[in-house]
Each structure stands twice: as structure tokens, then as C-alpha cells.
Design a protein. Structure first.
Length: 367
């Protein structure tokens, strides 16, 4: 048992480390999913499998922490208790588990930006099993359980927000504390590993084989996707080029401030006295409107109570509709940040692509 825990923990550490550099950071409730499942289970020894099938149904709620590793809580109700005598209850038993999940396809093949159509995963965890009994037939039974299984997953939908899976698994039921005779109190329910009393034992005689199918829905993340997205990593050459663009713009503004401001923000009402020291330039990553640490640092220099006018622009790579939208989003993001700092925003307008000097900017004029 210790070896299984050690192997699983080592795999999780390696998987988490390999995934941290490939995807964008997610928020607490990103990559959360909920699903239902159902199938049959049968005790692995001591009877005919086909004559001892127990139908079950359950729910699973989980979160993918990385494209490789996740956690889930699963609870399944069992509607028969073969091969033993019926307890005459609609729900005969319940098993609830905390599971660690591994996406083996991403672990060995890497994550490409969205789930594959078909993937293979694994689950392993510890749980609590409960057998319901009539009052006149003895006390209910509680056991520690452990589950291990493989998930054969099919990711569907326009955004791969749905997943259908087939899961063969084994659930081991551990014996409880020993009774006065030195044997397990629960040995009367037909489990054989009395020598495992007081400890967990992965004993085939105490195991159930289960075959279930399920469907999962992955909720929308803060960025609109239903899965992890690849981080837009930039090499030093691109960073240097962006810095050079900023420096060139600053140099041009210092030489001809009125003409350059009008070129970058054509339709913005030009103030009577435009000076370089009145302007704050905020840069953005391609296709993004989120403020970087450097952008926030630049905006922090604007005093509370100041009146500002903001114009967002875009670089010319995308379509007009996209550029108009993202330039407005940039202006709105800057306005929101400044308002929270007590700055008065008179106007925040997106102008799309503006002239030859247009870039991924928001120009803030401090009045």
C-alpha cells in the first residue's frame, strides 16, 4: 500500500512540474466539472460474476489542477448486494471516495492546447463504504475502501466541454477493527482477509470489479474556455522589439507631441496643451487586454483625483472587428483600474488601428 502511494505521489509531482510552464494560470473555480455515471459491480472471488452483478449509479465532482493532475469526489449508490442475502432496501450500499486523477495522454504526449478526441486517464483514491441494514438484521457496516481504475475518455462538443468515458475499476474493501475474538467484527459479511484487521489490505478476496460509463460537463473558465489554454510565452527577441517600439514612440512624442498623438488617436479630442509629461503609455500583449505589472506601475503614477482621457489602440494583425473590440477592451481595462484608484475618467474609447504608429497601446492623457 505504501509503495502504491509513493508511486502515485511521485507521478503527480512529475506531472505537475511538467505542466506548470505550458498553460495560463487559472482561477480557483476554473477547470471544474460535474458528471454522472452508472454501471455494474461484482465481487471478484467466491461466486459467478454474471450471477452477482450489482447495478450502481453515482456522481463525480472534480477540478483539473493541471492538464495532467486533478482531484475529484465521487459517490456511488448500489442497488443490490449480491452474492449475499438481500438487505431488502432500495439502496443497499454507498461508497464515497476522494480520487486523484491522471491524464495519461497529456502526461506522456503533452498538452496541445485543447483535449484530444480520445484520451486515457487513471484514477486512484481512498474512500468510505457503508452497507445499509434493516434494524432487525443487525447494525450497518462501515469500511474504509480504496479504488483504482482506468478512464477511456471521449471529448466532445464545439469547445470540448463534454466528456463521455468508460471506466473499468477495482474497489478494495478493508476490514475493520478486530472484535473480542481477535477477528474482524465484519467478517460475518463474507470477507476473507481476517489477517488484515486493523490495517488496509489490497486483497483480491475483498475486491469488487466495476464497469461504469459516465458523462461529464466542464464548466466555463474565466477566459471563456472550458479547458486549459496554452500560455502566450514570448522570447527575449520579441520583448526587445516591443521595448524598442515603445522607446521609438516616446522619442517621436518628445519631438512632435501634437502630431503623434493625433496620429495614434485620430478622433480623440486633442487638448490644447499636449506635453510628453502629461501622457502615460500602457502596452499590452498581442490579443490581450489584461494589465501587466509594468502597466499597473505606470498607471500608479497618476494621482488620485486627476482627470484623464483614455484611448485604446490595436496593432494591425487582426480583422477590423477584432481590433475595434480589443482596443475598447484595453481602454476599459485601464479605466477600471484608474477608477479604483480614485482617478476621474472623463472618457475611455477604443479606436482600433490608428495610422502607421498604431500598436498594442492605451494612451492616457492626464489633464
Amino acid at each position: 500500500m505504501k509503495k502504491l502511494f509513493t508511486l502515485f505521489a511521485a507521478a503527480l509531482v512529475a506531472a505537475s512540474a511538467s505542466a506548470q510552464t505550458t498553460v495560463e494560470g487559472s482561477k480557483a473555480f476554473d477547470n471544474v466539472y460535474v458528471g454522472i455515471n452508472g454501471g455494474v459491480a461484482t465481487k471478484m472471488t467466491g461466486h459467478s460474476w454474471m450471477k452477482g452483478l450489482n447495478p450502481n449509479a453515482g456522481v463525480r465532482i472534480g477540478k483539473n489542477i493541471t492538464p495532467v493532475f486533478g482531484l475529484a469526489i465521487e459517490s456511488n449508490a448500489y442497488f443490490s448486494n449480491k452474492p449475499w442475502e438481500s438487505t431488502r432496501l432500495a439502496v443497499r450500499a454507498l461508497n464515497t471516495s476522494l480520487l486523484g486523477t491522471l491524464n495519461l495522454s497529456n502526461m506522456f504526449g503533452g498538452y496541445k492546447g485543447e483535449p484530444r478526441l480520445f484520451e486515457v486517464g487513471a484514477v486512484y483514491g481512498i474512500g468510505w463504504g457503508h452497507v445499509f441494514m434493516h434494524n432487525d438484521e443487525g447494525r450497518a457496516i462501515n469500511r474504509m475502501t480504496s479504488k483504482a481504475g482506468l478512464d477511456f475518455q471521449f471529448n466532445l462538443g464545439s469547445k470540448k466541454q463534454w466528456q463521455i468515458y468508460v471506466e473499468p475499476s477495482v474497489t478494495w474493501v478493508f476490514n475493520g477493527m478486530p472484535g473480542t475474538t481477535g477477528e474482524s467484527d465484519y467478517n460475518d459479511y463474507g470477507y476473507k482477509a481476517t489477517s488484515s484487521a486493523n490495517q488496509g489490505a489490497y486483497n483480491i478476496n475483498n475486491g469488487f470489479f466495476q464497469l461504469n460509463a459516465g458523462v461529464i460537463y466542464k464548466f466555463k473558465n474565466h477566459n471563456g474556455s472550458h479547458n486549459f489554454t496554452i500560455a502566450q510565452l514570448r522570447d527575449q527577441g520579441e520583448i526587445d522589439a516591443l521595448n524598442q517600439t515603445i522607446n521609438d514612440l516616446r522619442n517621436e512624442l518628445a519631438k512632435k507631441p501634437k502630431e503623434i498623438v493625433k496620429e495614434v488617436v485620430k478622433e480623440a479630442p486633442a487638448p490644447k496643451d499636449v506635453r510628453v509629461e502629461n501622457l502615460v503609455l500602457v502596452t499590452f500583449a498581442q490579443g490581450k487586454s489584461a494589465l501587466t505589472k509594468d502597466a499597473k506601475a505606470a498607471l500608479d503614477g497618476i494621482k488620485s483625483g486627476s482627470h484623464v482621457q483614455i484611448v485604446g489602440t490595436a496593432s494591425p494583425e487582426g480583422s477590423k472587428a477584432i481590433n475595434d473590440k480589443i482596443s475598447q477592451a484595453r481602454a476599459d481595462e485601464v479605466a477600471k483600474y484608474l477608477k479604483n484608484k480614485g482617478v476621474v475618467v472623463d472618457e475611455a474609447t477604443g479606436k482600433g488601428v490608428q495610422g502607421n504608429t498604431s500598436n498594442r497601446l492605451a494612451v492616457v492623457y492626464v489633464k
